[in-house]
Design a protein around this ligand. Structure first.
Ligand code: SF4
Length: 592
């Protein structure tokens, strides 16, 4: 039965796993000031996460938040998760799509805060204003995240308006780059939210609702909606994502010499054409899917037939692919065979590992093995060789099983393992997070380092370097651009828009849309808000020990040339300092 929801967000659902109780609190103060998403989540993290908290301790909160335009407009389809990251030790932020945002909004919430830890495996079933704590003993230890989803689909209500988020074996065993699978093909991928859920013995969340949102200015809404819909579907703004998806970047980056290959020993991959988006679309693409309320459908699913077992027939694997997993499980590991790359990716998916971090970790291990820094003693008998898919699959199993000290160390992240065994110079992590798939120029690397969550999505430094290849830009101008971009993305992620629609949701449009739904803001207000949210994230990072002085830049980034030439450490250090000055972070650090 439908129940009526207010047009403006205000409700926060607080859940205590230890006591198995919950309460719903009206917090218009939060949503009026920070809109929703990243802004509200950052404030709740500040309120709920005690200083110095063990990221895998019960008091590390998991905060999920949606935005004021969620479900109302195309591509306003994302949910933000914030937590203290067990991988980086400070700000954990990850975004997902699927049906997550729609389900949380229609259940009646702007945000959900989960604290505590259960004494045995459970899953949460949240339906409208009711929360149930259910036994997950039979789901704990299940071999794949797919099976967990299948069971929950059968036993939980609300199909179509429901999200199912669950962890795999990696999350249960506290691998610090384990992910959370959302529906079947989306994720909270980065920074170890899976391990945080595992530490709480929280196997899954099922959220659904029957809410209906009453729109006061209905005529204005319909007019604005049509305009947005046309922009998304009838202009080139999002075309790239519809056709080949982000996988189209493989050839583009390879052509300019920016595709990290074999642990960034090179930036051109001789087999790029075998694993590029165009080739996958031609040969293995099975279907495309969309997050709720998105007319683009950028989620590309490949169909791969593999031999089920000796003397048995074949089974069909359905594997979602995007640029980043292709780079991490393809060129970075020297894998130039599409089916092999997809088999490895499927194994990471099934185990509940972030494919990007797992790929970079294996790339570091392969180079360390080649150099004799680690041997078969550490790898549990495996001989690591570039491109050897079957060995990499066994490696992932060993990693999640944590069969010895080496795998236990690597399960804490590439940076940790390299600091124990050696090879930090070629351990490709920034702020403790494994690198994304770009080596375009100085702004790319600086962007990874200064980004609040050390993600290419924080400020898109790589995109600035790509533009600078066409129209030269000095270093200062590049820094100015990533400061402005990161602050604006703090607004977009408070709405919570899919970043692929960033060209559509320009500041003037966002002001008009918010006005329709009862928010009175100017473009200037939004810019100030973006800056404030960005500083709030950094306040948390600094509070939890992130140091502006102790920034490590792996030597490898200076050894392998980019399309902008060989990078110079003094340029990067200058840009980093300039970013911190311009964004107000230097001042924040000295005053705190
Ligand atoms: S463009 Fe892709 S990721 Fe973005 S909302 Fe649509 S389907 Fe989801």
């Amino acid at each position: 039965m439908a129940y009526k929801l207010e047009e403006k967000l205000s409700k926060v659902l607080y859940i205590d796993l230890t006591e198995q109780k919950y309460e719903i609190t009206d917090r218009p103060d939060l949503f009026d000031k920070y809109l929703g998403g990243a802004g509200v989540a950052a404030k709740l993290l500040e309120e709920e996460c005690p200083k110095g908290m063990d990221p895998l301790g019960p008091d590390n909160p998991i905060i999920l938040a949606v935005g004021p335009l969620t479900t109302l407009y195309p591509c306003m389809s994302k949910t933000v998760a914030m937590f203290k990251s067990p991988l980086t030790g400070n700000l954990g932020e990850s975004h997902t799509g699927g049906r997550s945002a729609l389900a949380i909004r229609l259940a009646g919430y702007g945000a959900i805060v989960i604290k505590g830890a259960a004494d045995k495996p459970i899953y949460l079933s949240i339906f409208n204003d009711k929360v149930e704590f259910k036994d997950a003993s039979v789901l704990w230890g299940m071999r794949t995240t797919y099976s967990v989803g299948r069971v929950l689909r059968e036993v939980e209500p609300g199909s179509g308006r429901r999200t199912i988020m669950r962890i795999g074996l990696a999350g249960e065993r506290l691998v610090r780059f384990s992910n959370v699978a959302v529906e079947t093909f989306r994720h909270f991928g980065r920074q170890g939210l899976g391990a945080v859920m595992g530490s709480k013995r929280l196997k899954a969340l099922v959220i659904g609702g029957t809410g209906e949102i009453a729109i006061a200015k209905l005529k204005d809404y319909i007019k604005a909606y049509k305009e947005l819909y046309d922009l998304v579907t009838k202009t080139p703004a999002m075309m790239k994502y519809r056709d080949y998806g982000t996988a189209v970047n493989v050839l583009a980056l390879n052509t300019i010499g920016a595709l990290p290959t074999r642990n960034l020993q090179a930036t051109k991959f001789e087999y790029a054409e075998n694993i590029c988006g165009e080739k996958l679309a031609e040969t293995l693409l099975s279907r495309r899917l969309a997050c709720s309320h998105c007319p683009i459908g950028c989620i590309h699913i490949a169909e791969v037939k593999v031999k089920f077992a000796p003397f048995h027939a074949y089974e069909t694997l359905l594997v979602p692919y995007d640029y980043e997993p292709i780079y991490a499980m393809g060129s970075m590991l020297g894998i130039g065979d599409a089916i092999g790359m997809l088999r490895l990716l499927e194994r990471a998916e099934a185990l509940g590992l972030d494919a990007m971090s797992a790929g970079v970790a294996m790339a570091w291990a392969t180079e360390a093995f080649e150099r004799g820094i680690i041997t078969a003693n550490e790898t549990n008998g495996l001989t690591l060789r570039w491109g050897d898919v079957d060995t990499y699959i066994k490696f992932l199993d060993n990693l999640v099983e944590m069969v010895n000290d080496f795998y236990r160390a690597l399960a804490m992240g590439t940076e940790h393992a390299a600091s124990v065994y050696g090879g930090l110079d070629f351990a490709l992590t920034f702020g403790g997070n494994e690198m994304p798939g770009y080596h375009v120029g100085p702004t790319t690397i600086v962007g990874f380092i200064v980004g609040a969550r050390h993600s290419h999505l924080d400020n898109a430094g790589y995109s600035v370097d790509e533009k600078a290849l066409k129209k030269p830009m000095n270093l200062e101008e590049r820094v100015d651009r990533i400061v402005a971009e990161e602050q604006w993305r703090c607004v977009l992620s408070s709405l919570v828009a899919c970043f692929f629609a960033r060209g559509v949701y320009t500041p003037d449009k966002v002001v008009k849309l918010l006005e329709i739904h009862g928010y009175s803001v100017t473009e200037d207000d939004l810019k100030k808000l973006g800056k404030e949210i960005h500083l709030m994230k950094y306040r948390f990072k600094l509070r939890e020990g992130f140091s502006l002085e102790r920034i490590r830049i792996p030597k490898r980034v200076f050894e392998t040339p980019t399309p902008h030439g060989t990078l110079k450490e003094e340029d990067l250090r200058w840009m980093i300092r300039r970013f911190y000055e311009k964004a107000g972070i230097l001042e924040l650090a000295t005053s705190s």
